[in-house]
Design a protein around this ligand. Structure first.
Ligand code: 3H9
Length: 722
C-alpha cells in the first residue's frame, strides 16, 4: 500500500506501507501508481515527496513474490512515470534504499538521505541485476567504474559515501521527511529550472576513455571471483550496455539479461539462501522449545579458555562485539604469543573499520580462577576429550552459579562434557570456524540436557558477534563435520582407484568450491584428522602398509592420509602434503611427482588397477555421499530442516552459494537421480556404508520428491511415526 496526504499546503506526501521493509509488493506498486497519479492531477499539489513508514524507505522488490506468478503493475513503467512527472518528486531516504528501492529513488528528481541510511543495489546477491532501470541510471549518475563496483558486489554504502558518489543530493541528521518537504516546497517554487536536467535517464553516460580495457579487466576479475555464478557477469554486461547504447536500447538489454537470470536455477538458489539464512534464526529443539518461547540471558562478560588459533579468534570476535573478555592460557609462552597476536588482529581490524581497537576489553590470565565472575565461558583448548573433561570439571567448580559453559569442540560429545558439571543444562557447544573472527558460521550444539535458555543465549551471542548461528543436535561431528567425513572418504577412495588430488580438486573447484578437498586438507593440516583417527583406534601403527590396511572396524578404509602423516607430510605447514609447496607455510600448491609415484606404488601393493576417472564421477561420489549423510542428519533430527544444513555449508564450508547448499542442490538435480546414482555406487562398493541410500531419501522419492521447502513436513511425519 501507499498512503497519500497533502502537507504544508502543496506537497503531496506518498508513504510506502509494507512492513517490515516496505518491499515493493504488487499492492505497494499499485499504491504508488495511484498516489502519483493523484498528486500529478491535483492542482493544489505542486511537488511530491516519497518516503517509507517506520523510518525505512524501501528494501526493494518483494522477494517473496519472485517464486510465484507475479501480478500487479511492473516497476519499470512506474518509475518512468515518476521520472517524467512535470512536478518535482523528492525521495526521502531513511533506513534503507536497496535494490528496487534505490531504483525508485533514482527515478525521483531529488534524493535526500538521513545520515544513518544505507543504500545499494544488492540484486547480484540474489542472482539478479538491478532491472528496474538501476543498471542504466546509476552509471549515468555516478560514472561507470563506481557503478560497476556497486552493482557487481551488491555492497551497501553509507549516506556519506552516497553523497560523495553523487547518488544523493543532500544528507541530513534531522527529520528526513521534514527536510524533503522543505526541499520540495522550494523546488516547486523555483522558476526557470526545468526538471529535464534531473531526469537521469536523459543524461549521457560518461564514457571513460579506456572503456574496452576497463570492461575487460572488470569482467576478468568478476569471472574469477564468481566461481561460476552468472549474475555478476550479467551485471557487467548490463552496465556495458549503459555505457555503449542509448537509454532505451540499454533498457532492452537490461530486460533481456534479467529474463535469463530470473529463470535460472542460480537465482532460485540464491533467493533460497536469503530466506534460509533468516529461517535458521527461528530455531527449535526436539522438546518443542524454540526461539519464540526461550528468552536469552544477557552476556556482559565472557571468558575464553585456551589461546591457540581458535581461542585467539574467538577472543577477538568477542572483544569486537564490545564484551569484556577474560582470556585464559595456562602456558606462559603461549599466553605471551597470544597476547601479541590478539592485539595485532584487533589493531588491524580497527584500522580497516576506522575505529579504536578494543584492546582494553581483554584481560589475560594464566589462572582459571580468573573466570569466576563471567556470564559465559567458551572453552577452546585442543580437541582432546580428557583435557576438555578436566576443564569442564574445573569450570563447574570455579564459575558463579548460572554461568553458561560452552565448548568450541568441532565434533566431540557435548553431553559427555555436560556430565562433568554440576549444571549440565548450562552446557552447549559453540562451534566456531577458523579464523573465528572472520568466518560467519557458528554451530550452536544442544545436548539432551541443554536448557532452551542456554541455546537461546548462545544463539543471541552469536548474532551479536555478527555470526550466522545454526542450532544443531549433538552427534559426532555435529552437522558440518559429520557430512564432511563421507565426502573426504570418497575423495580418498577415488585416489586409490586412479584419480590424483589435482583431478579431484579441479572437479570440485569447477563446481564452485573455493578449494578442493585436498587443497583444503593441506591448508587445515592433515595431522588434525590423523589425531582424531588415532583416538578412534583407526590408525594402527605399522599396519598402514599391510594387507589389512584397507579395512577398519569391518568397513572399507583408506589409510592414505595416515601414510602421508607418518612421513611428516602435514600439508602447507610442513611444505608437503597432497601437494608440494615452495616452503613451509607457502599457499601455492603444486602437483607433486613424489605423490603420484607414491599412489602408483600404493595401488600396486594392494593389487589396485588404476582406471580413468571423470569429473562427473568425482562430483557424484563426493557430493552425493555428503548429501546422503545430510539426509541421515535430517532423519536423526540433528538438523531441523534442509535450510539449516544448507546455511551451514554455504557459510562454513565454501559451498557455492549460487547452488543453494547441498540439500537444495540435491533437489535441483532431482531426488530420484541422486537415489539412483547412490544405489549404483553402493552396488559397486558394497563395503562403503556411506553410499547406501538413506531411508529419508527413499521416502521423499516415494512421496513424489516434494520441493525442498516441504521436506520439513515429511520429516515431521516421519518423526511422529517413530
Ligand atoms: C530487487 O529489488 C529487484 C529489482 O531490481 C528489479 C525488479 C524488476 N522482500 O534481513 P532481516 C524480510 S531484488 C521481501 O531479518 P535486517 C526478510 O525476509 C531485492 N521480504 O532484517 C525478513 O522476514 P522474516 C533487492 C524482505 O534488519 C524481514 O524482512 N533488495 C525483503 O537484518 C526482516 O529482514 C534486497 O536484496 C524483500 N526485499 O535486514 C534487500 N527484504 O522476518 C534484501 C527483507 O519473515 N534485504 N525482507 O524473516 C536485506 O538485505 C535485509 O533484509 C535488510 C534488513 C537489510 C533490508
Amino acid at each position: 500500500m501507499a498512503q497519500f496526504t497533502r502537507v504544508s499546503g502543496s506537497v503531496g506526501l506518498i508513504t510506502l506501507q509494507n512492513p517490515p521493509v516496505n518491499a515493493l509488493s504488487a499492492a505497494v506498486r499499485q499504491g504508488i501508481i495511484d498516489t502519483v497519479q493523484r498528486s500529478l492531477s491535483d492542482p493544489k499539489v505542486k511537488s511530491v515527496v516519497i518516503c517509507g513508514q517506520n523510518g525505512i524507505f524501501c528494501g526493494g522488490a518483494d522477494i517473496k513474490e519472485f517464486g510465484s506468478d507475479m501480478r500487479g503493475p511492473p516497476l519499470v513503467p512506474m518509475i518512468h512515470t515518476i521520472e517524467a512527472a512535470h512536478k518535482p518528486v523528492v525521495a526521502a531516504i531513511e533506513g534503507i534504499a536497496l535494490g528496487g528501492g534505490l531504483e525508485l529513488a533514482l527515478g525521483c528528481h531529488y534524493r535526500i538521505a538521513h545520515s544513518k541510511a544505507r543504500l545499494g543495489l544488492p540484486e547480484v546477491t540474489l542472482g539478479l541485476l538491478p532491472a528496474a532501470g538501476g543498471s542504466q541510471r546509476l552509471p549515468r549518475l555516478i560514472g561507470v567504474p563506481a557503478a560497476l563496483n556497486l552493482i557487481t558486489t551488491g555492497r551497501h554504502v553509507t549516506a556519506a559515501e552516497a553523497l560523495q558518489l553523487g547518488i544523493v543530493d543532500v544528507v541530513t541528521d534531522h527529520n528526513t521527511v521534514d527536510a524533503a518537504v522543505k526541499f520540495a516546497l522550494s523546488a516547486a517554487g523555483e522558476t526557470g529550472q526545468p526538471l529535464d536536467a534531473r531526469r537521469i535517464s536523459t543524461h549521457p553516460c560518461p564514457r571513460p576513455s579506456d572503456l574496452d580495457a576497463l570492461f575487460e579487466e572488470v569482467m576478468h576479475k568478476v569471472r574469477q571471483s564468481a566461481r561460476g555464478a552468472i549474475a555478476p557477469v550479467a551485471c557487467v554486461q548490463a552496465v556495458r550496455a549503459a555505457a555503449t547504447l542509448p537509454y532505451t536500447q540499454g533498457m532492452e538489454r537490461e530486460k533481456e539479461l534479467m529474463a535469463t537470470l530470473f529463470t535460472s536455477g542460480q537465482a532460485r538458489a540464491l533467493q533460497y539462501c536469503f530466506f534460509s539464512q533468516r529461517a535458521v534464526g527461528r530455531w527449535s529443539m526436539p522438546s518443542g522449545a524454540c526461539w519464540d518461547t526461550s528468552k536469552p540471558r544477557p552476556v556482559h562478560k565472557a571468558a575464553v579458555i585456551g589461546l591457540g588459533t581458535m581461542g585467539r579468534g574467538i577472543t577477538v570476535a568477542l572483544a569486537q562485539t564490545g564484551l569484556s573478555v577474560v582470556a585464559v592460557e595456562t602456558q606462559e609462552k603461549q599466553l605471551v604469543e597470544a597476547k601479541q597476536a590478539v592485539s595485532g588482529m584487533l589493531q588491524r581490524g580497527a584500522k580497516r573499520h576506522g575505529v579504536a581497537p578494543a584492546l582494553d576489553k581483554i584481560s589475560y590470565s594464566q589462572d582459571i580462577q580468573a573466570v569466576a565472575d563471567v556470564d559465559l565461558v567458551i572453552e577452546a583448548v585442543f580437541e582432546d576429550m580428557a583435557l576438555k573433561k578436566k576443564i569442564f570439571q574445573q569450570l563447574s567448580a570455579v564459575c558463579k552459579p548460572g554461568t553458561f559453559l560452552c565448548s568450541n569442540t568441532s565434533g566431540l560429545d557435548v553431553d559427555h562434557l555436560a556430565s562433568q558439571t554440576r549444571n549440565p543444562e548450562l552446557v552447549v557447544g559453540m562451534h566456531f570456524f577458523a579464523p573465528a573472527h572472520v568466518m560467519k558460521l557458528l554451530e550452536v550444539v544442544y545436548g539432551p540436557r541443554s536448557s532452551p535458555q542456554a541455546v537461546a543465549t548462545a544463539m543471541q551471542l552469536g548474532k551479536k558477534m555478527g555470526k550466522v548461528s545454526v542450532a544443531v543436535g549433538n552427534c559426532r561431528g555435529f552437522v558440518g563435520n559429520r557430512m564432511l567425513k563421507p565426502y573426504m572418504e570418497q575423495a580418498l577412495f577415488l585416489l586409490e582407484e586412479g584419480a590424483t588430488p589435482e583431478l579431484v580438486d579441479r572437479a570440485l573447484e569447477e563446481f564452485g568450491f573455493a578449494m578442493g578437498v585436498f587443497r583444503m586438507s593441506d591448508l587445515s593440516g592433515l595431522d588434525v584428522g590423523w589425531r582424531v583417527r588415532k583416538a578412534d583406534g583407526l590408525v594402527e601403527p605399522g599396519t598402514a602398509s599391510g594387507q589389512s590396511a584397507r579395512i577398519r572396524q569391518g568397513r572399507r578404509y583408506s589409510p592414505l592420509g595416515d601414510l602421508l602423516c607418518e612421513q611428516g607430510r602435514f600439508g602447507q605447514k610442513t611444505g608437503r602434503g597432497w601437494y608440494q609447496y615452495d616452503k613451509p607455510g607457502s599457499r601455492v600448491a603444486r602437483a607433486d611427482p613424489w605423490l603420484h609415484g607414491f599412489l602408483e606404488e600404493y595401488r600396486a601393493r594392494h593389487g589396485l588397477v588404476a582406471r580413468q576417472i571423470h569429473h562427473q564421477e568425482v562430483l557424484e561420489r563426493c557430493l552425493y555421499a555428503l548429501i546422503n549423510e545430510g539426509f541421515r542428519i535430517l532423519e536423526d533430527g540433528i538438523a531441523a530442516g534442509p535450510e539449516d544444513i544448507d546455511t551451514i555449508y554455504v557459510f562454513g564450508y565454501s559451498w557455492p552459494r549460487h547452488r543453494g547448499g547441498p540439500m537444495f542442490y540435491a533437489a535441483m538435480v532431482g531426488l530420484p537421480k541422486v537415489l539412483e546414482r547412490l544405489e549404483h555406487y553402493h552396488q559397486a562398493h558394497p563395503d562403503v556404508p556411506y553410499l547406501q541410500p538413506c531411508g529419508l531419501l527413499r521416502r521423499l522419492v516415494a512421496s513424489g520428491s516434494p520441493p525442498v521447502q516441504r521436506w520439513r513436513e515429511v520429516i515431521k511425519k516421519l518423526h511422529s511415526h517413530l
